[in-house]
Design a protein around this ligand. Structure first.
Ligand code: C2E
Ligand code: MG
Ligand code: MG
Length: 358
C-alpha cells in the first residue's frame, strides 16, 4: 500500500465531506471561524485553521481559547491517523474514485467517534425465555446508535465500521459495562432464586486483540455481577482462523467463570469435532433454521449438543406455529420477536416487573 496514496485519498474525502457540509453563506475554511465559534467540520480543515493561526502569530496558546484550539487540532490529527491506519489495512485496488456510499461510510466512521463521547450508543435488551417455565431467564444486550440526524442506526451498519476503525474495543467495553450495570440493578430490584443472566456480543476483533479477559474481570468486579451470569456471544465466523490463539483467549475468558456462547451457529463452518475442542458452554442456533422450518436439523443439533453437554438457545422464534414445532424438537430456550423485540431498558424492566408479580 502506497502511503502517499492514502494521504491523498484522505484529503480528497475530507474535501468532499467539507463540500457536502459547507454552507454557502459561511466561509468554513477561514481559520477565524473557530475563534468565532463556528464548528470546523472536518479534521483537515480544523488542523489547517489552527496551523494558519499559529503561523500568522494570531494564536495565543497561553489562553484558554488557544488551548482549546490546539486540543481540537490534536484530536483531529489522531482521527486522521486512525483513518489512515484503517485505510492502510484495507487492500483497496483503486483508491482514486470514491462512491457516494464510500463517502457516507467514512462520514459515519467520523461520526462514530463523537457518538461514543456523546452517549449516542444505546443498549437494548431482548429476553431469552425458558420453554419449561415460560419465564424470562435472561437478556441479550444489543446496541443501537441514536444518530443526531440519521435516526436509529442498527448494529449491522455500525459494528463493521467500529471494527474497521478500531473503535470496537471502546464500544464493546462500554456495552459490556452498561449491560452488567443494568443486570446488577435488576438483580437488586427484583431478587430471585434463579437470577437473570446477561449475554453480550463480543466481536472477533476484540477476541484477537486479547483484551477481553482483564477488562471483563474488571467490569464484573466494578458492577458486582457474578461471572457465571454473564454470557459472551462470539459468532461462529469469528472462531475460524488461528485456532491455537483463539482457544487460548477463550480459555482465559472461561477461567474467569463467564459463559461462552457460539452465536449464529450453523452459518459458519464449525464442525461438532471442532466444537468439542473449544471451551464453550452454549450454542445459539441461527434464526435461519427457524425461518426455513428445519425442525429435524434443529432436533439433531440439540441432541448432539446435549451429548457434548452444551446448552442450546434457538433464535428467531416469530410465530406460535414456530413455537409449537420447536417444542417437539426438545428445544428448551428461545429468543425471538414472538416474546419480545429488543427493547430499551425501561421496557425490559417492565417485562421483569410483570413476571415478578405473577
Ligand atoms: P445477534 O447477536 O445474533 O443478535 C440477534 C439479532 O437478531 C438482533 O438483531 C435481533 O434484533 C434479531 N432478532 C431477534 N429475534 C428475532 C426474530 O424473531 N426475528 C428476526 N428477524 N430477527 C430477530 P440486531 O439487534 O440488529 O443485531 C444484529 C447483530 O449485530 C447481532 O446479531 C450481533 O451479531 C451484532 N451486535 C449487536 N449489538 C452488538 C454489540 O454491542 N457488539 C457486537 N460486537 N455486536 C453486536
Ligand atoms: Mg448475539
Ligand atoms: Mg445470533
Amino acid at each position: 500500500m502506497l502511503k502517499w496514496k492514502v494521504a491523498e485519498q484522505i484529503e480528497q474525502i475530507e474535501l468532499t465531506l467539507a463540500e457536502i457540509n459547507s454552507d454557502p453563506n459561511e466561509n468554513t475554511l477561514h481559520p477565524f471561524n473557530v475563534l468565532l465559534g463556528h464548528e470546523l467540520r472536518t479534521p483537515l480543515t480544523s488542523i489547517h485553521g489552527v496551523l494558519s493561526l499559529l503561523q500568522s502569530g494570531k494564536l495565543d496558546t497561553q489562553t484558554e481559547e488557544g488551548q482549546a484550539l490546539l486540543e481540537l487540532a490534536v484530536q483531529s490529527t489522531n482521527r486522521l491517523v486512525r483513518l489512515a491506519k484503517a485505510l492502510e489495512h484495507k487492500s483497496v485496488p483503486s483508491l482514486t474514485i470514491w462512491s457516494t456510499a464510500d463517502v457516507e461510510r467514512l462520514q459515519l466512521a467520523n461520526d462514530l467517534y463523537s457518538a461514543l463521547e456523546g452517549q449516542e450508543i444505546l443498549v437494548f435488551y431482548q429476553p431469552i425465555v425458558s420453554l419449561a417455565t415460560n419465564q424470562i431467564i435472561g437478556f441479550e444486550a444489543l446496541s443501537r446508535w441514536q444518530h443526531p440526524t440519521k435516526g436509529l442506526i442498527p448494529p449491522g451498519i455500525f459494528i463493521p465500521i467500529a471494527e474497521e476503525t478500531g473503535l470496537i474495543h471502546r464500544l464493546g467495553n462500554w456495552v459490556l459495562k452498561q449491560a452488567c450495570q443494568q443486570l446488577s440493578m435488576w438483580q437488586h430490584q427484583y431478587p430471585s432464586s434463579s437470577p437473570l443472566t446477561m449475554s453480550v456480543n463480543l466481536s472477533g476483533h476484540q477476541l484477537l486483540q486479547k483484551t477481553p479477559p482483564g477488562v471483563v474481570e474488571q467490569i464484573l468486579h466494578e458492577t458486582g455481577v457474578s461471572a457465571h451470569l454473564l454470557g459472551l456471544e462470539i459468532t461462529e465466523g469469528a472462531l475460524i482462523g488461528n485456532q491455537e490463539e483463539i482457544t487460548k483467549v477463550l480459555l482465559s475468558l472461561k477461567s474467569i467463570g463467564v459463559q461462552l456462547d457460539i452465536d449464529d451457529f450453523g452459518t459458519g463452518y464449525s464442525s461438532f469435532a471442532r466444537l468439542q475442542s473449544l471451551p464453550i458452554n452454549r450454542l445459539k442456533l441461527d434464526r435461519a433454521f427457524v425461518s426455513q422450518k428445519q425442525w429435524i436439523v434443529i432436533e439433531g443439533i440439540i441432541c448432539l449438543a446435549s451429548s457434548l453437554e452444551l446448552d442450546v438457545i434457538v433464535e428467531g422464534v416469530e410465530t406460535q406455529e414456530d413455537l409449537l414445532a420447536l417444542k417437539q424438537t426438545g428445544c428448551q430456550k428461545v429468543q425471538g420477536y414472538l416474546f419480545s423485540r429488543p427493547v430499551n431498558s425501561q421496557d425490559a424492566e417492565n417485562l421483569i416487573a410483570v413476571q415478578s408479580n405473577l
